[in-house]
Design a protein around this ligand. Structure first.
Ligand SMILES: Cc1ncc(COP(=O)(O)O)c(C=O)c1O
Length: 384
């Protein structure tokens, strides 16, 4: 592969030459823990033990690096394992970080309930407002500015380029969780971010059959430090999980195009629906982050959130009434999912500055026939 190859080409081929022994077109699952050495220390291709490196994981890491336009990526057992490795590596006890006012609940929980005990303190900032972030950065030492864009579950948009400038002027690293967009829609490193985080469980895997995470970094020295922590603490992606993720990645572009098209139609239908008080989708011109999203994303993604006029109980009822949208946590698979963030994915942030409204419903719009999806939502909202 060359750097000139297009995204779809890299997604299918990067890190995955046909097997040199058999010619197998699909990379094998190297389901192995250890490797024969040719004499003590005589490693073949650098492999000695699969916590340190495994060929199937290496292929996934090379592919993810290529897709984010980075020299190096590291694959983990989950998105949370990736985040944990990153924070242990770039922060020390006593450091202070800025975290977004809307984010995956588990990410906030990691700061508020795990790293707080380690002496890492944080402030919550409105990540869509660069001026407010600059104010928080002014005059004190901040190690990391953490951003998600689009955010989970309120679909807020952060201006990555402006945040990177602000963070760097203050000597902080900018970390962007790119899970909702995927590298097909958005490449934060090219906009100045230092580290990209993924829950590969979501769009990268794409089929709701594997849990995984990744860190992608522009700086090879930082990558080396992360690799050290990863090996020292052990939250690595297993070979079969790496293989499933690689298989998903091959169709990322085709799937994302369809997710985006279906999500736009769903958002437009909901925006006209009498039961809906607000639709949160960056593809709608009424969304406050629409212009920024247009500038930094190829399209607007497959996630749509909306609020119901009739309140929380109505939202809970609607979540239980769909036929095609499966009631469940997670997102980014080919099948459509519906959930109630306040009682499900974001229950852990109840009572925190990241608490989400009870009348909110989040959709992961899949790639089914969109007319069927629209009919399903209409009937769940009581007019089918
Ligand atoms: C935006 C985002 N980041 C990180 C994570 C954590 O990833 P994982 O569940 O793979 O540990 C999630 C999970 O839902 C997420 O939505």
């Amino acid at each position: 592969m060359t750097n000139q190859d297009g995204f779809e080409t890299l997604a299918i081929h990067a890190g995955q030459e046909p097997d040199p022994v058999t010619g197998a077109v699909v990379l094998p699952i190297y389901q192995v823990s250890t490797y024969k050495q040719d004499g003590v220390g005589g490693l073949r291709g650098g492999y000695e033990y699969s916590r340190s490196a495994n060929p199937t994981r290496t292929a996934l890491e090379q592919c993810l690096a290529a897709l984010e336009g980075a020299p190096r990526a590291l694959a983990f057992a989950s998105g949370m394992a990736a985040e944990d490795c990153l924070l242990r590596t770039v922060c020390s006890p006593g450091d202070h970080v800025l975290v977004p006012d809307d984010a995956y609940g588990g990410t906030y929980r990691l700061f508020a309930r795990v790293f707080s005990g380690w002496g890492l303190t944080h402030d919550v900032v409105p990540i869509s407002h660069v001026a407010a972030v600059r104010e928080q950065l002014a005059g004190r030492k901040i190690t990391v500015v953490w951003a998600e864009t689009p955010t989970n579950p309120l679909l807020g948009i952060a201006d990555i380029r402006a945040l990177a400038e602000a963070a760097h002027e203050a000597g902080a690293l900018l970390v962007v969780d790119n899970t909702f967009a995927s590298p097909y829609l958005q490449q934060p490193l090219a906009l100045g971010a230092d580290v990209v985080v993924h829950s590969t469980t979501k769009y990268l895997g794409g089929h709701s059959d594997v849990v995984g995470g990744a860190l992608v970094v522009a700086d090879p020295e930082l990558a080396e430090r992360l690799a050290f922590t990863q090996n020292a603490t052990g939250g690595v992606a297993g070979p079969f999980d790496s293989w499933l993720t690689l298989r998903g990645v091959k169709t990322l572009a085709a799937r994302m195009d369809r997710h985006c098209r279906n999500a736009m139609r769903v958002a437009q239908m909901l925006a006209e629906h009498p039961a809906v008080s607000e639709v949160l989708y960056p593809g709608l011109p009424s969304h406050p982050g629409h212009k920024t999203a247009q500038e930094q994303m190829r399209a607007f993604g497959g996630m749509v959130s909306f609020r119901l006029l009739a309140g929380e109980e109505a939202a809970v009822r609607a979540c239980g009434r769909t036929r095609l949208f499966t009631l469940g946590e997670s997102l980014g698979g080919v099948e459509s999912l519906i959930e109630h963030p306040a009682r499900m994915t974001h229950a852990s942030v109840t009572g925190s500055p990241l608490e989400v409204p009870g009348d909110l419903i989040r959709l992961s719009v899949g790639i089914e026939d969109c007319d069927d999806l629209l009919d399903d939502l209409r009937q769940a909202l009581g007019d089918g």
